[in-house]
Design a protein around this ligand. Structure first.
Ligand SMILES: Cc1cc2nc3c(=O)[nH]c(=O)nc-3n(C[C@H](O)[C@H](O)[C@H](O)COP(=O)(O)O)c2cc1C
Length: 219
């Protein structure tokens, strides 16, 4: 009887041990998968952002590491957020070419609209793209480049083109088209792009100051 009890106790201990090993291996596998997934998501996000940056400013226009050559700036009134805003800086042969500002339009129909606004050193827009929004499908979402050409209407524009008084949608007496049945969304985007131009105009010198390329390579 004692031997039987011992045999059962032994079997139970072995089963518990096996369970513990399975649990440990399982936890380890989940952690590994989670880590790999996180890395893959980060890599995908980086690739997507770089593609979008190059939609706004073609890669053959600069020769520095645009993705990592950034400054963080803050101007809630002109850049639409209390948070620091990333500015990507493009140089060619160490000379300033353009910046890509990432302002927020705070007054979309359904909250904030996040933008990339490329502006060359002469103050002309190289491109505008929407990176995040919650506007209504079929109405406000035509601000996405995949859905319509609306954002292309900013290409080549500057603070003087159109004149400041016409930097608004047609409904408000301005130059820019509204969307069918949706004026609130484009009104917010036009204002944010105009404000990004004003910000650039006022901060051009400091935005291009101290190119990291020069700092990193003292030769
Ligand atoms: C359910 C619903 C969703 C709407 N979504 C949007 C939108 O995403 N963007 C937008 O500009 N207008 C949207 N509108 C329309 C606006 O309410 C508004 O009528 C339109 O933008 C015209 O604005 P305006 O009168 O200032 O010209 C939506 C309306 C409804 C009823």
């Amino acid at each position: 009887m004692g031997a039987e009890r011992e045999r059962i106790a032994g079997a139970m201990a072995a089963a518990a041990g096996a369970l513990a090993v399975f649990a440990a291996v399982g936890v380890g596998l989940v952690a590994l998968t989670e880590d790999a997934t996180r890395q893959r998501i980060a890599a995908n996000e980086k690739a997507f952002l770089l593609r979008t940056l190059n939609d706004v400013l073609p890669a053959d226009r600069y020769d520095n590491d645009l993705f990592n050559d950034t400054v963080e700036v803050k101007d809630p009134e002109l850049l639409g957020t209390q948070e620091p805003v990333t500015v990507y800086r493009a140089f060619r042969d160490s000379k300033p070419v353009a910046v890509i500002i990432t302002p927020v339009a705070p007054d979309g129909y359904s909250g904030v609209i996040r933008l990339l606004v490329g502006i060359d050193v002469g103050g002309n827009i190289t491109g505008v793209r929407v990176t995040a929004h919650r506007e209504t499908p079929g109405l406000g979402d035509a601000i996405e480049a995949e859905r319509s050409d609306w954002t292309l209407g900013f290409d080549g524009r500057s603070l003087g083109d159109p004149p400041m008084a016409r930097w608004s949608v047609k409904r408000d007496g301005g130059e820019f088209d509204q969307l069918t049945g949706a004026t609130v969304t484009p009104r917010a985007v036009v204002k944010a792009v105009r404000n990004a131009l004003i910000y650039f105009d006022a901060n051009r010198q400091s935005l291009f100051a101290h190119p990291p390329d020069l700092d990193i390579d003292p030769s």
